[in-house]
Design a protein around this ligand. Structure first.
Ligand code: NDP
Length: 274
């Protein structure tokens, strides 16, 4: 029987993860089956127990269960501990290993796929939720010149910045605080694009040659990427590459094999009509 994996979320029906992992498995010759599983909002733990009892070997975890998965893990990777959230679980006997591959996925997409080095760059990270927390340590590991976290609620950004003070000086505040500042990379990790909202970003935050990256993805241009285009940013990317790269990293955690991602990403883009 094929090794069994899944992604848990709520909602989950539109997840692209089953197609991504099926493509990775076919390309690398791994005998595995990966499916989407809906867990009740208050039923994540029993859903995991049921899956493990079925022989499940590992799972991805998406909204709204990443923090619960963090608490459920009996062993955590360093990057999951830092993120305070888990998107990848591996089951081995009674052990539940929790990892977080989101930050590695973002960095790999930017550095490898987009060909943009982060060393010495001024980075602005928009948002102070789970996605933002998960990418801070991997971004800092690339040795940028500076990192500023801007969020609607300034206190949340400041608390987040303070929790990484042992790694580097991270500054934070509300969006208005970035007035008069310029950045080489601006990453949107807010969920504002989900509701179609534009962010109140000061004019002039995008430096010459700046890269704008929205973790959101979809068929049409996100409000954030439209703002960046209107302000003259040429290199703009959505989060589809991050999605594929975090999946590749999870695949590596489970199978010890690193799948190629270029064709999988190209196929997803063409399905989205991009
Ligand atoms: P959270 O709910 O944890 O955080 C949401 C963040 O967005 C908060 O900082 C919140 O600010 C801010 N926000 C929400 N609405 C607005 C608005 N209208 N204006 C300004 N700020 C707003 O979400 P996550 O961190 O889990 O996810 C954020 C985004 O990242 C989502 O769009 C998600 O789809 C995407 N993502 C993409 C991944 C990928 O692989 N491409 C992986 C993970 C996430 P406040 O604190 O003030 O409420």
């Amino acid at each position: 029987m094929s090794d069994l994996y899944c992604v848990f979320g709520n909602p989950i029906a539109h997840s692209k993860s089953p197609a991504i992992h099926a493509a990775f498995a076919a390309a690398t010759g791994q005998d595995m089956h990966y499916e989407a599983r809906l867990a009740a909002v208050d039923g994540f733990k029993p859903a995991i127990s049921e899956f493990v009892a079925m022989g499940g070997k590992g799972a991805n975890v998406t909204v709204p269960f990443k923090e619960e998965a963090f608490r459920l893990a009996t062993r955590l990777s360093e990057r999951a501990s830092r993120a305070g959230a888990v998107n990848t679980l591996a089951f081995n006997g009674t052990e539940i290993f929790g990892d977080n591959t989101d930050g590695a996925g973002l960095v790999r997409d930017i550095v490898h796929n987009l060909g943009v080095s982060l060393a010495g760059k001024r980075i602005l990270l928009l948002g102070a939720g789970g996605a933002s927390r998960g990418v801070i340590a991997p971004l800092l590991a690339e040795r940028p010149a500076s990192l500023f976290i801007a969020n609607r609620s300034a206190g949340k950004a400041e608390a987040l910045a303070a929790s990484f003070a042992d790694m580097a000086t991270v500054n934070a505040g509300n969006f208005a605080k970035t007035d008069d500042m310029t950045f080489d990379l601006v990453v949107n990790a807010t969920s504002a694009s989900l509701s179609g909202d534009a962010l109140p970003l000061p004019n002039g935050i995008f430096a010459e040659g700046c890269v704008a990256y929205d973790m959101m993805y979809g068929q049409s241009e996100t409000p954030f990427l439209a703002q960046a285009r209107e302000q003259g940013v040429v290199q703009r990317a959505d989060g589809l590459g991050m999605l594929v790269e975090q999946a590749a990293e999870a695949f590596f955690v489970w199978r010890g094999v690193r799948p190629a991602t270029r064709q999988v990403l190209a196929d997803l883009r063409s399905k989205l009509g991009q």
